[in-house]
Design a protein around this ligand. Sequence first.
Ligand SMILES: CC(C)(COP(=O)(O)OP(=O)(O)OC[C@H]1O[C@@H](n2cnc3c(N)ncnc32)[C@H](O)[C@@H]1OP(=O)(O)O)[C@@H](O)C(=O)NCCC(=O)NCCS
Length: 285
Amino acid sequence: MEVTIREGVLDDCQEAGRICYEAFASLAARHGFPPDFASVEAATGPIKYFIQHPHIYGVVAECDGRILGSNFLDERSAIYSMGPISVDPMAQDRHVGRLLTQAVLDRAVDRRAQGVRLLQIAYHNRSLSLYAKLGFDVRGSFAAMHGRPIGLTMPGYDVRAATAADEAACNALCISVHGHDRAGELREAIDGGAAKVVERLGRITGYTAGIQYLAHSVAKTNDDLQALIGAAADFGTPGFLVPLGNTPLFRWCLGHGLHVFFVANMMTIGIYQEPKGAYLPSVGY
Ligand SMILES: CC(C)(COP(=O)(O)OP(=O)(O)OC[C@H]1O[C@@H](n2cnc3c(N)ncnc32)[C@H](O)[C@@H]1OP(=O)(O)O)[C@@H](O)C(=O)NCCC(=O)NCCS
């Protein structure tokens, strides 16, 4: 079978969304997990958003005019992130995923990205192996946590909506923890009303682009993160990602009634430094 890769267009959304739902749902069912996307519509929505987004690059794999899968590269910040990638269950294990992954890695090289990262669902041996073969290193494991909002207010930790005036302080905090900022994602979250900051004595000590799967958070301490998590109105499904290396925070989430949806591994290519502070990754990194 001759498979070609091309840039995704709006007309691909329906079929790419169906494949994304079925690829993730069949994999999850095989391992006894609930599906990542609840329905075809729940998968098609994000695919449409990604294809239309000016800073997210999408590719589809095609054979004889039929779409076999899709993949995305988030180019909003200095470090890019890959995913979601999905291949039609009928076409899996025949190197389509390899082609789709290589296509976005080639794009990252062309655009001189400082690195590419992703989170990989730990129960999927095939994606773990494929990414490792293509050069990704495993950096850590993360639990997707979901449940009812905690509704916690911590005295002295003031949580409020982030504004454009907070961007410089938030980006500086991100650089101090990760060595790079995530300015593109933060700006979008501020514009969309999803970003929040936590302040102590009038100084920003943490921010979140949203306590959920698609967004990241950075803070000086676990207490700052707990103030942000405690104030969140909804964690969504599969929930926000907690580094398992940060056992006190993981245990705090469990102690507040949250449940683990699944565990995912972060994998990276390019520059990487161990975070020096508290953080929650997005599904990208
Ligand atoms: C992940 C996914 C995109 C991979 O696509 P694919 O077309 O099935 O995978 P490929 O055939 O291109 O590559 C699989 C590679 O892993 C290897 N592999 C598969 N299972 C393996 C195992 N258990 N141990 C070691 N290697 C394994 C294969 O040999 C192949 O390597 P090769 O290209 O060097 O021969 C696809 O399986 C999928 O859509 N899964 C559901 C959605 C999903 O999990 N997405 C990823 C979320 S992180």
